[in-house]
Design a protein around this ligand. Structure first.
Ligand SMILES: [Zn+2]
Length: 116
């Protein structure tokens, strides 16, 4: 997807509408949902890579300015926080010991392969 911004073009000597390739956030969101959040790291990497691409003037086609991380984009902050929350939840779920509820203790009568 193309992102647009108004940047100073030294070739045109004025502010011009510029564009650069950006990530398709809708597609990345769908893939992240399908992969239960595992795709978030890829999305983050693609987002950072796209931030470092140069803007291209739509009037003259000149590279206007090398892209840089002026301010961390809100999307990257949201993605990092979401990933950390998902990791914490997974760690909590995976490290929780199984405690059977009272009266539901497994016995040889309820587990067929143990009954001999
Ligand atoms: Zn230009």
């Amino acid at each position: 997807m193309l992102a647009h911004s108004e940047q100073w073009c030294p070739n045109c000597q004025g502010y011009r509408l510029c564009e650069r390739v950006g990530p398709n956030h809708v597609l990345h969101l769908l893939v992240s949902l399908v992969t239960a959040g595992a795709w978030l790291l890829v999305w983050l990497g693609v987002g950072i890579a796209c931030q470092s691409r140069p803007w291209v003037c739509r009037t003259c086609g000149n590279f206007v300015e090398m892209g840089r991380f002026d301010v961390p984009p809100l999307a990257a902050v949201v993605i990092i926080c979401s990933f950390l929350i998902i990791c914490l939840c997974l760690v909590g779920i995976l490290t929780r010991p199984y405690i059977p509820p009272p009266g539901h203790l497994p016995s040889s009568h309820t587990i067929p392969h143990l009954a001999r």
